[in-house]
Design a protein around this ligand. Structure first.
Ligand code: ADP
Length: 384
């Protein structure tokens, strides 16, 4: 593996688990990182990476942190791009660019971009009145999907309305102050995702297509490779290339998709960063999404992305209670075919992502069964 050393650290905005795993990858490449995070007990901090405590909305915190950096990347797209533009010095580069972040922050602009790029997306429209929504339902049928244009994640801000009564209820109790868009409901058979990387030299590398499963819009597991025909996987890779090339982006992006029983493909949304659907790549691919991102933003050649096992799966470990949480785990999981990643979060909440398990096997389904087995060997308990 090519190692590199650069004097100026890679700046990472945010200190959650994604920053922690980016930090781990950077360390293996001998690249220093500098993380800005407002919480003094973040996953990045627990993993002993250099964390500057500060608020990215505070111009003076930002200016001080940015002063010693030449490259900044993100673990989260919900950043204040205006504050970043103001605080940035002239030699600073953001990967991906703040323009790309601006576009992706707004689901309506993001969908318009995808549509204009000729990519398949569910039909969508901007809506500001109940009559607008009714017109969408008249054209596309029920259910109707309403989405907040900004700041939605893990299904927060996405509403699937089954019929006119649900729309009435939503409109009288919920819509006030929200900037909304409507989307046709796609009766998908599975949800898919792909990680794609683009280097500073314009080279593009795709990871394999992965199948994801969400319950209440939170990802429970992912398995790879997705069981779809080769032509469809090729089409998805081409779509991902179009996205990242048209945005002229540098770094790893995730493209989330819907796949229907008849083999139709729709792009649901983009994440301009490493993503939960790609955590399996740490053990499951020759280069992880985290290493690939660090490679891309620091100008190294992109790594090889093929699978290291015939099948790989990732299972999220979600909080089971509110309060501080510890984990008890045997040193070897599922007969040595699974690995644990624990994020050391200070506070646990029911449903919050606290860690994940990767497992491998002869097929994606066998790997998922092993991950589920490994999860049974782990216990979450209140911290003493
Ligand atoms: P978030 O940004 O919060 O993840 P998404 O737009 O991905 O929001 O929506 C969350 C989930 O809602 C998706 O994973 C999917 O299960 C469902 N969903 C979103 N849009 C549609 C749609 N057009 N048709 C059917 N289901 C949808």
């Amino acid at each position: 593996m090519a190692h590199a050393s650069q004097t100026s650290p890679v700046g990472i905005l945010g200190g959650g688990q994604l920053a922690m795993m980016l930090g781990e990858a950077a360390q293996r490449l001998n690249m220093p990182t500098s993380i800005l995070e407002r919480n003094s007990a973040s996953p990045a901090h627990a993993a002993h990476f250099p964390v500057t405590i500060g608020d990215w909305r505070n111009p003076s915190d930002l200016k001080t942190w940015l002063a010693s950096l030449s490259i900044v990347t993100f673990e989260n797209e919900f950043v204040d791009t205006g504050a970043l533009r103001e605080a940035a010095h002239s030699n600073l580069q953001f990967f991906p660019s703040l323009d790309a972040i601006d576009l992706i922050q707004d689901k309506l602009y993001q969908k318009e971009f995808l549509k204009n790029a000729g990519l398949p997306v569910p039909r969508f429209r901007s809506v500001s009145t109940m009559a607008d929504c009714e017109a969408c339902a008249d054209d596309w049928g029920w259910p109707l999907v309403l989405k907040e244009r900004r700041m939605g994640y893990d299904g927060k801000g996405t509403f699937v309305l089954r019929g006119p009564d649900a729309l009435d209820g939503f409109w009288s109790h919920y819509h006030a102050g929200r900037d909304l868009m409507a989307e046709e409901f796609i009766p998908f058979a599975t949800e898919l995702a792909i990680q794609v990387a683009r280097g500073k030299d314009g080279s593009v590398a795709h990871f394999p297509v992965v199948e994801t499963f969400q319950s209440n819009s939170i990802c429970l597991w992912a398995k790879c490779p997705a069981l779809i025909p080769r032509n469809d996987a090729t089409a998805i890779k081409q779509m991902a290339s179009t996205v990242i090339n048209q945005l002229n982006a540098v770094g790893v992006f995730a493209v989330e998709l819907f796949y229907t029983a008849s083999g139709e493909i729709f792009i649901n949304e983009l994440a301009p960063r490493v993503h939960n659907s790609g955590h399996y790549t740490i053990e499951g691919c020759k280069t992880s999404q985290f290493e690939q991102h660090i490679r891309a933003v620091s100008g190294l050649a992109l790594g090889e992305t093929s699978l290291t096992y015939p099948g790989v799966a990732m299972l999220n470990i979600l909080g089971e209670f509110d309060g501080q949480c510890d984990i008890q785990s045997p040193s070897s999981l599922a007969n040595g075919h699974a690995a644990l990643h624990w994020y050391h979060k200070q506070d646990s909440r029911r449903g919050r992502k606290l860690g994940h398990i990767t497992a491998w096997g002869d097929t994606a389904n066998a790997a998922l069964a092993t991950a589920i087995e490994a999860r049974k060997e782990i216990e979450l308990c209140p911290k003493k």
